[in-house]
Design a protein around this ligand. Structure first.
Ligand code: SF4
Ligand code: SF4
Length: 144
């Protein structure tokens, strides 16, 4: 199923915590509320990128633009001087350009700066509520 989702150009997303994945969602950039948080609402923390970013081997790239036109959900790649160039600020490290490139000219490389992530999904949930200023209200409901 994951292979089919990837082939269809869907982005694998999961909980942003260091324990095991509690879910894997396969998101389309047109109507998924998670992806649209970044693509349309321009909220940089609507979700966090993976710890990888795309890197194009410019000496191999033919400039065919498949990655630009058919694969990148974030519009993070453009063709400059007949070569694909990645804007790493916009890249979420989904890898769709890697699996879509007909000649294997793209790879994922680990980012230099990886933000710390919560140890568990429970910690992640508490952090989200805290950042939204709703942790106190949530705990009150849970204790009632
Ligand atoms: S799909 Fe591959 S060869 Fe085509 S432009 Fe993108 S990186 Fe270059
Ligand atoms: S990994 Fe590739 S397809 Fe995914 S956001 Fe980055 S540049 Fe776009």
């Amino acid at each position: 199923m994951l292979d089919l989702a990837e082939e269809a150009g869907l982005v694998h997303t999961s909980n942003n915590s260091a324990d095991r994945a509690n879910l894997i969602c396969n998101c389309c950039p047109c109507c998924c509320t998670v992806l649209r948080g970044r693509t349309q609402l321009k909220h940089p923390h609507a979700f966090e990128p993976s710890r990888f970013e795309a890197h194009v081997a410019s000496d191999e790239c033919t400039g065919c633009a498949v990655c630009v036109d058919e694969r990148c959900p974030m519009k993070a790649i453009e063709i400059k001087d007949d070569v694909a160039v990645v804007n790493v600020q916009e890249c979420i490290g989904c890898g769709l350009c890697v699996t879509g490139c007909p000649i294997g000219a793209v790879e994922l490389v680990e980012r230099k700066h990886i933000p710390s992530i919560p140890a568990t999904i429970q910690e992640m949930g508490a952090k989200v509520l805290q950042e939204k200023g709703r942790l106190g209200a949530f705990l009150k409901i849970m204790q009632s």
